[in-house]
Design a protein around this ligand. Structure first.
Ligand SMILES: [Zn+2]
Length: 69
């Protein structure tokens, strides 16, 4: 039965896509993860975090030490 092939396909489509990005707060290399509707941007060097809608760009949650809005 070709069950294995189907499982691999499902697993691949559900894994989030990750991209490297340059942190706007401290300039270190961070990580940007794309989920279905949300984009999470985070930096492990300074705890910068931003979660926004992938389509609209509207910010859901943001935290950046050292930056005052
Ligand atoms: Zn940073």
């Amino acid at each position: 039965m070709p069950v294995l092939e189907k499982n691999v396909e499902i697993t691949a489509s559900k894994s989030p896509i990750k991209h490297e990005f340059r942190c706007p707060n401290c300039g270190a290399d961070g990580e940007r993860t794309y989920y279905n509707q949300l984009t999470k941007t985070e930096c492990y060097s300074c705890d910068y975090l931003m979660i926004s809608h992938t389509k609209t760009g509207q910010v859901v949650e943001a935290y950046a030490p050292g930056i005052y809005f």
